[in-house]
Design a protein around this ligand. Structure first.
Ligand SMILES: [Fe+2]
Length: 226
């Protein structure tokens, strides 16, 4: 594995107005959803924000696919146009991370080249929060195998991809194609997996509960299934 990318000089501070628009859009996407979404919605930070530098790098290799995902999101789901637009405007200010557990032991040799996430609100985010909220990016053909964490989680894909949720689906190797704009709920410690097809996969994520314990793979080094 190559040395971690060094942090680039900051592009400046993301304007509060952009962050408020993004968090407002995420709230709107969650607003019509089931009971499980309500505590996430209630925990989204609101102005005045407690700003922090944000942890991570200005660039990771997977960012080669970022603009493609932002361009595809509103084409796949028109309701995502505002969130894609504000993410594009925030792009120069985002910091990108990789789960330290995967940096030490990636699931396959190509994984870290096509994986990263940017935390926007939360302990590592641009805005302090009692939840973690950001965006995950997987490059084309990247398989993110079964993993779990104690935090409860919601994903909102910005582009379509294949998802696995729960022991039963993972055990039989089944996949469910989730469209852009879907709301996917993972209870604490529920295993889940995803894979990108010919095109990259981007998804908003939200965590609540145990924010400190990072995800761990169920089986380290698991190969891409045929
Ligand atoms: Fe997760």
């Amino acid at each position: 594995m190559s040395e971690p990318h060094r942090a680039q000089p900051s592009a400046g501070t993301a304007p509060d107005a952009l962050l408020a628009r993004l968090l407002g859009e995420i709230g709107r996407l969650l607003g019509g959803e089931a009971e499980f979404a309500r505590p996430f919605l209630a925990a989204l930070p609101r102005e005045p924000f407690h700003r922090q530098p944000g942890d991570g790098e200005a660039f990771l290799p997977v960012l080669r696919d970022w603009s493609d995902c932002l361009a595809r999101a509103p084409k796949e789901q028109a309701a995502l146009a505002p969130v894609a637009e504000v993410l594009a405007a925030l792009s120069p200010f985002l910091r990108w991370r990789q789960n330290p557990n995967y940096r030490v032991s990636p699931p396959d040799p190509g994984f870290l080249d096509g994986y990263g996430y940017s935390e926007i609100a939360g302990p590592y985010g641009l805005v302090a929060a009692g939840i973690r909220c950001g965006v995950l990016l997987l490059g084309p053909h990247i398989f993110y195998p079964a993993h779990r964490h104690p935090a409860e989680e919601i994903y909102i894909p910005l582009t379509f991809g294949d998802w696995q949720r729960g022991e039963a689906e993972i055990a039989v190797g089944g996949w469910t194609e989730r469209p852009a704009g879907a709301v996917i709920h993972h209870p604490p410690k529920a295993p889940h997996a995803m894979r990108a097809g010919e095109q990259a996969l981007a998804a908003l994520y939200l965590w609540r509960g145990d924010l400190a314990t990072e995800a761990r793979l169920d089986v380290a080094g698991k190969a891409m299934p045929s």
